[in-house]
Design a protein around this ligand. Structure first.
Ligand code: SF4
Length: 143
């Protein structure tokens, strides 16, 4: 199966702080599936590093209050475009991110408080029938 994956989980230094979040099972996943790495925030035109941002309802804002919703939505749309063009049936996304988060994201107060919800990209992919997994569910794709 062709599977979209958050590039930071493969060790790409694309996070807001210029770091990556390599996952120990990413290599095993690559042996079972054809992986398509993407970073929606970079696809949306944002720089790396960049200011941290969180969702506040349908908006995405930085800690200093800059509205970056347009870039996050552009990144989500471009990620969906890739997903469809390459016929990806599932996506493994970095949890808690305002783009990639699945099920739980930071609540928009910049106090490290989690609340129920999805990142902008995870929400868009899910609404188009792509099966979205957080990285803690990655093992389900190894069975
Ligand atoms: Fe990783 Fe997604 Fe954030 Fe890019 S947007 S750094 S892929 S969590």
């Amino acid at each position: 199966m062709r599977v979209l994956i958050s590039a930071c989980l493969l060790g790409v230094s694309c996070r807001y702080d210029g770091a990556s979040k390599p996952h120990s099972l990413a290599a095993a996943l690559a042996r079972c599936h054809e992986l398509v790495p993407v970073c929606p925030e970079q696809l949306g035109g944002l720089a790396t590093p960049r200011p941290p941002a969180e969702r506040q309802g349908n908006r995405v804002v930085t800690r200093s209050g800059t509205d970056v919703t347009e870039a996050y939505c552009r990144g989500a749309a471009e990620t969906l475009r890739l997903c469809k063009a390459l016929n990806c049936q599932a996506a493994v996304l970095k949890e808690r991110s305002p783009s990639c988060g699945h099920g739980q994201i930071y609540d928009g107060t910049f106090t490290a408080t989690l609340s129920k919800g999805d990142g902008v990209t995870a929400e868009l992919l899910g609404s188009h029938g792509i099966r979205v997994y957080g990285e803690s569910q990655l093992e389900e794709l190894l069975k």
